[in-house]
Write a protein that binds this ligand. Structure first.
Ligand SMILES: Nc1nc2c(ncn2[C@@H]2O[C@H](COP(=O)(O)OP(=O)(O)O)[C@@H](O)[C@H]2O)c(=O)[nH]1
Ligand SMILES: [Mg+2]
Length: 295
């Protein structure tokens, strides 16, 4: 098997978009061989140590939210998977914190280590937390805010300076994707899997909505860019619940309602029953987006 026949995927996503939780659940499923029907199987690790993966898996099994300081910053880690024919697929996590993706919008700069992987990958897996989407603020709303008119309680106190992090989620993501096509990067990837994480939160309010419909409704700028933009992405939108519901937040156990739900998740006999992936049909196979990206 030559190097050329390998597939390669880069995992992207702003901070708090669900990357570590996905990795923890994936590690549980593939290292314990919990899903015999998974499209891809585990092969090997590059740069990762088992200890770290086992630690995030343990937190996932205990239904505890992941901690944010994880790997030494700048450490790029990859996992090789393989399909039934033995073809290897390399998934790379250039930045589990997500800060270098945010910097692509904030500073219009791309970390050299990240750039190296972007320049040679076949597909991009981009995480978006479905329940933490920053929406654009309209002019009327901004004015009301500033002048303390109707409902202007929020206007109390001095106005806060604008920070690029406050920009709408769709603006940050479209900028990041457009940068992949710029002269300096020229990322060859044509396929993009958008994973809307924490899909259980969406289903609490809007049963029956598909991931595509949700993206179009909540991130219209991103939706229009993906469908009509010049960058011509071949896109699939997934809804993913990798936890099955909210997990215990570090040091906070006084929310009765949340505690009950966490107990329900812990009580599931098979922890892989927490996982729901809308492909759009329901699946549990966390390797599906990786397999599609490298088909
Ligand atoms: N309810 C729910 N919350 C999730 C899910 N996946 C991730 N989260 C939460 O989203 C937040 C960010 O997740 P994390 O994996 O740490 O994001 P990262 O910064 O991209 O690695 C955390 O509070 C997670 O508990 C899910 O499937 N359901
Ligand atoms: Mg993380």
């Amino acid at each position: 098997m030559t190097e050329k026949s390998q597939g390669s995927v880069v995992i992207c996503g702003l901070p708090e978009s669900g990357k570590t939780t996905y990795l923890a659940a994936l590690w549980y499923v593939i290292s314990e061989k919990r899903d015999p029907n998974a499209r891809l199987k585990f092969d090997s690790l590059i740069g990762f140590d088992h200890k770290h993966l086992n630690e995030i898996m343990r937190r996932w099994l205990q239904a505890k939210e992941q901690i944010h300081t994880e790997l030494a910053s700048g450490k790029i880690v990859s996992m090789n998977l393989k399909d039934g024919a033995g073809r290897k697929v390399c998934m790379t996590f250039p930045d589990l914190s997500g800060e270098s993706f945010q910097e692509m919008w904030e500073k219009r700069e791309c970390d050299p280590g990240l750039a190296e992987f972007l320049r040679k990958c076949d597909g991009i897996l981009m995480f978006v937390h479905a329940d933490k989407i920053r929406r654009p603020i309209g002019v009327a709303e901004t004015t009301r805010h500033a002048t303390g008119l109707a409902g202007g309680a929020a206007a109390a106190g001095p106005p806060r300076d604008w920070d690029p992090k406050d920009a709408p989620t769709a603006v940050q993501l479209v900028e990041m994707l457009q940068m992949l096509r710029c002269e300096a990067l020229q990322a060859p990837a044509r396929k993009l899997a958008v994973v809307l994480s924490a899909w259980d939160k969406v289903e609490e309010d809007e049963q029956g909505i598909t991931p595509e419909q949700y993206l179009a409704a909540e991130l219209p700028l991103l939706d229009q860019y993906l469908r009509h933009g010049l960058d011509r992405w071949d896109v699939r939108v997934y809804g993913l619940s990798a936890q099955g519901g909210d997990f215990e937040r570090d040091g906070k156990t006084d929310d009765e309602d949340r505690n009950k739900k966490v107990a329900g998740i812990r009580a599931l006999e098979d922890a892989s029953d927490r996982i729901r992936l809308l492909v759009p049909e329901l699946s549990k196979d966390l390797t599906e987006p990786i397999a599609w990206l490298t088909e």
